[in-house]
Write a protein that binds this ligand. Structure first.
Ligand code: GSH
Length: 205
């Protein structure tokens, strides 16, 4: 029997969640051993760094011993392994999925930097304002795309947008974005009913 893949994992990381959603969607979850790994920008973790010099999660070691990062690379690897459809081939769908992925990942990057900044003793107000402006702009743009999101097949772009909105709920609940974006919120509620989303919702601990 071939050995399991190993994943540097945390139940709170939205980038790890992308990978976990792919695993569940592709039926590969039993082929991975999750290794609880704490990744913090201010405290590089030597155990992660043995595999990934950037000290970031997710980091995956395949059954063949190949180390993969970052999350999009791991997602594409798993999609190939599981012969999935999470990376569409048809050009229009492909570019749309990759743009949604970039938007979702960019939104996550901004939210994480925003969270770091707001926790500093002297947060820079201009930076906080810029993150807030970008967050609103992303959600306004997504509002115009709810129809396309609702009719699209499930793919890496959609799952990443879902992880970004989930992270906003988890760490920025006070923004209550659903109130200003009811159609997007409706779409998101449906998305969250997928077992892969239910099983990977962020938890503390
Ligand atoms: N672009 C990376 C981002 C991964 C990332 O930043 N993960 C966070 C955890 S949510 C991390 O490892 N942070 C530790 C650090 O930045 O040193 C990906 O998509 O995998």
């Amino acid at each position: 029997m071939s050995s399991k893949m190993k994943l540097h994992w945390s139940p709170k990381s939205p980038y790890v969640r992308k990978v976990m959603i792919c695993l569940h969607e592709l039926g590969l979850e039993d082929r991975v051993e999750n290794i609880r790994s704490v990744a913090a920008m201010l405290k590089p973790n030597p155990s992660i760094m043995q595999d990934n010099p950037l000290s970031k999660i997710p980091t995956l070691t395949t059954a063949d011993g190949i180390v993969l990062y970052d999350s999009i690379v791991i997602c594409e690897y798993l999609n190939t392994l599981g012969q999935g459809q999470l990376f569409p081939q048809e050009p229009t769908e492909k570019w749309q999925a990759l743009r949604w992925h970039a938007l979702g990942d960019g939104l996550l990057d901004a939210l994480i930097l925003w969270r770091n900044e707001r926790e500093r003793e002297h947060a820079l107000p201009a930076l906080i304002d810029a993150f807030s402006l970008k967050f609103d702009a992303c959600l306004n743009m997504l509002d115009t795309e709810v129809n396309a999101l609702s009719t699209s097949s499930f793919n890496v772009g959609i799952l990443t947008l879902g992880c970004a909105l989930g992270y906003a709920d988890y760490r920025f609940a006070h923004l209550n974005w659903q109130e200003k974006h009811p159609d997007l919120a409706n779409w998101y509620v449906q998305l969250c009913q997928r077992p892969s989303f239910e099983l990977t919702a962020p938890v503390d601990g």
